[in-house]
Design a protein around this ligand. Structure first.
Ligand code: 15L
Length: 266
């Protein structure tokens, strides 16, 4: 496998980056980790940089010298629009501008299933399905996807857009039997992002090979990513859970409670 010189990871103290951190040494000689929160101690191949993603100058400095970026840095739950916009919209804009100016050519944009969260669970979605964000958070990720597409079309910066399902050590509720993504499947996907000769700007659903499937990645088969794990190993966790009401909006919609949550400006 091709090895990058320096791989930048934003949101390095977050739940996804913490799970995959150890595995990243396979992809790059140096891994630059960035967050505003505590990132622990650096391993010999790591650099730790405290950076506020909303500070454009600091982000430019952060990106300098990196050939690829895993952009996980974001508010990752539903919140008021002004809070979400600052980090997820302005911050992502600063990151893409820095990539353009400092010649970082390949980015993984951690998008989310909440870009399509209002689709009902019985629909099977592809990369071409219309977006149906389920809240302020989902809208901010749709912006990031559009920005990624613009920077590919106009500046040839390649982005792997990953609409991540639920990347936790194990599913936290019944819904996540369909949306769960293992850390190893995430690492396999990053491996393809690094290794594929021509990436372009594909949209991939970040989900393991679960028995319950809402998302179809056949349009991006050229990436050669084949998830190996399945949530079935965790099915017993929910065998005694109360039966869900099939008409509850959080059960009807793919986005779960993000879709049924009330308006966040009130
Ligand atoms: C996300 O995008 C969130 O960041 C995460 O906290 C989970 O809730 C996940 O989606 C999900 O849909 O399960």
């Amino acid at each position: 496998m091709r090895k990058l010189k320096r791989l930048l990871v934003t949101g390095a103290a977050g739940i996804i980056a913490r799970q995959i951190r150890e595995g990243l040494s396979e992809f790059a000689e140096t891994v630059r980790l960035s967050d505003m929160r505590d990132m622990g101690d650096a391993a010999p191949h790591e650099e730790l940089v405290e950076c506020d993603i909303t500070d454009s100058e600091a982000v430019e400095e952060l990106v300098a010298g990196c050939d690829a970026i895993l952009h996980f840095g974001a508010i990752s739950v539903e919140d008021r629009a002004d809070i979400i916009h600052r980090t997820n919209i302005e911050g992502t804009y600063h990151l893409y501008e820095a990539a353009r100016k400092k010649h970082a050519r390949r980015i993984l944009f951690a998008s989310s299933n909440h870009v399509i969260g209002f689709h009902p669970r019985e629909s099977r979605l592809t990369a071409s399905s219309p977006i149906r964000p389920d809240g302020n958070y989902g809208v901010s990720k749709a912006y990031g996807e559009a920005l990624a597409r613009l920077y590919w079309d106009k500046y040839e910066i390649e982005t792997l857009i990953v609409r991540i399902g639920s990347c936790f050590p194990r599913p936290r509720d019944r819904r996540m039997m369909a949306t769960w993504m293992s850390k190893d499947d995430m690492l396999r996907l990053i491996g393809r992002m690094v290794d594929v000769p021509r990436l372009g700007c594909p949209i991939v659903y970040g989900v393991s090979d679960n028995a319950e499937k809402w998302w179809d990645n056949s349009e991006t088969a050229y990436l050669g990513w084949e998830p190996q794990d399945s949530s079935e190993q965790f099915r017993d966790l929910f065998k005694d859970a109360p039966r869900e009401n099939p008409n509850d909006p959080s059960v009807v919609r793919q986005g779960g409670v993000f879709a049924s949550a009330g308006h966040f400006e009130d």
